[in-house]
Design a protein around this ligand. Sequence first.
Ligand code: SF4
Length: 388
Amino acid sequence: MSDKKKLELYIHIPFCERKCAYCDFLSMPATLGVQRGYVETLIDEIIKESAGVRDYEVSSIFIGGGTPSILPGEYILGILQAVGDYFDVGTDAEITIEINPGTLDPHKLECYREGGVNRVSLGLQSADDWELRVLGRIHTYDDFLKSYQQVRQAGFSNVNVDLMSALPGQTLDSWERTLKKVLMLRPEHISAYSLIIEEGTPFFDRYGNGGQAFPPLPDEDTEREMYHVTRSVLESHGYHRYEISNYSRPGCQCRHNLGYWTGVDYLGLGLGAASCVSGFRFKKEENLRAYMEKASQADFPSCLYKEIHKLDQRDRIEEFMFLGLRLTEGVSGAEFLQQFGQNMWNVYGPVIEDMEQKGLLQVEHPRVFLTEKGMDLSNYVMSHFLLD
Ligand code: SF4
């Protein structure tokens, strides 16, 4: 095993066929010509960024979006070949690509395999075609099934399916049906998030600030129940919840996300991608035209950097707690001491005790983790870990 520091790469593909009604991700429709120009710039960025992280070994790569599978397969292959040529990629690196149903074909899958992709994440969200239409998704459940079969036929043995609850018009029954349909396929991993109404989206116009529209959002009690049903149904089928919204079959946790939650450095490549490397947090240029124009500047890629923030000890401690407590195994006092040279109880003793008394945290020395109730109220719990 290499004794180099670990680095995770996130590669952003900001293109989608059209915008979903709830989406506030950095994504947009684009012509093939724009996509080609973007990938050329991205490859240039990959090559130049690699020089700054020579003392790292890449432990995971995540190609996300947007819809990475909208690109011709050769573009993804070119991106991965550039990464392989210029970064020190570990032989057992986890390499994930996000795929949206309705954008896939067998040739693209061949390109992914050739590029070393060993994990696929399929965005389904719901197995109910009416709910998919309300969300503005481009695909039906049958389109998803076809993509899922293609992925399996291409030999991918590590597959995630993304689901979303608390959708407009969704009932507890329809959510359970979605879970059960997906469970019949036995994916290795399931992510199940609740819909958040984000500002600047068509959904915000309809539902923001308590707004009512048809179909209505489930009420708060139903939403809570959906959350509990998710856990009980998935766990009864052998899926272990290892993070607030993530479930996997044994040994199939997403290593990329686990690394992020446990503080592994990550480098974001592409439009608007976020990084945290060597104690600095920063983002890349978010405007597509500016991103591509900057490629010709002498100081490319550092001219892409925005919102550069040097993390101090306080930031790092808070981040350790916020991210670590998302995991069902929680945080370890021993790791805290090792990373920060301080006893976790000297820093957070009263907070931990208070949360424990409220039944929100459980202490099993040296670990501290959220209880079931604490997971439900995680934002409230986390807010108490902010340092003055
Ligand atoms: S496919 Fe994903 S990234 Fe693209 S518009 Fe829909 S939610 Fe947003």
